[in-house]
Design a binder for this molecule. Structure first.
Ligand code: G3P
Ligand code: CA
Length: 243
């Protein structure tokens, strides 16, 4: 199957990451999917933001978990791309509603490794079900108990094992915990060993964060499941062999 292009935090090379603007741009750049990060606010809302704090991306300081969603909305989040003056932290439901009329896949990364965000798995599953987008979503996390829990709560939910370092038995591990895909860092893909093994065991690779053209080309030629990139426009061109 042709390699898919997933926009990492939206088209984050061109617009502030994890904002509606970045996801809209990913759609316009013809991505097949988007990746996004979810955390819980003080009032239990699902906020789409990568860091546990707002300091790097917004014009404020402090932990996401210490603000209500309404308070978070007061901050501008255009530090990386100042021309996007209206960019703010979106709620997950806003992003899903934006993407619902499209056919894009949504890779929801649960940022549950630092604060453990009690009940986040139930909340995300409930929202996705309510919006009738269950077939369109794949859940991932570096904190594997979260994806194990997702699978326990809904055996039909798709999950991906997110990891950074080279693991020898990662394919067997994914099978053991019932995951549907591997989400390795591109640094694990310098040899073909993992690619071969994943193909043999029929577990797709969704590789992040692939921003170099040569690597995009290599991974597309290898027929991996998805390239997760900040540059969906470039990956689109390469995957479609248009130059
Ligand atoms: O899901 C792939 C990738 O987003 C994981 O790393 O730090 O960008 O969330 P990070
Ligand atoms: Ca992520």
């Amino acid at each position: 199957m042709k390699t898919k292009v997933w926009a990492h935090r939206g088209a984050s090379a061109y617009a502030p990451e994890n904002t509606l603007e970045a996801f809209e741009l990913a759609v316009r750049q013809q991505a097949d999917g988007v990746e996004l990060d979810v955390q819980l606010t003080k009032d239990g809302k699902l906020a789409v933001i990568h860091d546990e704090t707002i300091d790097r991306t917004c014009n404020g300081v402090g932990n996401v978990k210490d603000y209500t969603m309404a308070e978070l909305k007061q901050f501008s989040c255009n530090k990386t791309h100042p021309e996007y003056t209206a960019a703010v932290i979106p709620e997950l439901k806003e992003v899903l509603k934006l993407l619902k009329p499209t056919d894009l896949t949504v890779n929801i990364e649960l940022k549950t490794g630092v604060y453990r965000y009690k009940g986040i798995e139930e909340k995300v599953l409930k929202l996705v079900k309510k919006l009738e987008m269950e077939e369109r979503v794949i859940y991932s996390s570096f904190h594997h108990p979260s994806i194990i829990k997702i699978k326990r709560l809904n055996p039909n939910a798709k999950t991906g094992v997110l990891y950074s370092d080279g693991w020898i038995h990662v394919v067997a591990y994914a099978k053991l915990i019932g995951a549907d895909a591997l989400h390795p860092s591109v640094n694990n893909l310098r040899s073909e060993k993992l690619i071969k093994e994943s193909k043999k065991k029929k577990i797709p690779l969704h590789v992040w964060t692939v921003n170099e053209e040569a690597l995009m080309k290599y991974l597309a030629e290898q027929g991996i499941g998805a390239i997760i990139t900040n540059y969906p426009d470039i990956a689109r061109r390469i995957v479609d062999k248009k130059g």
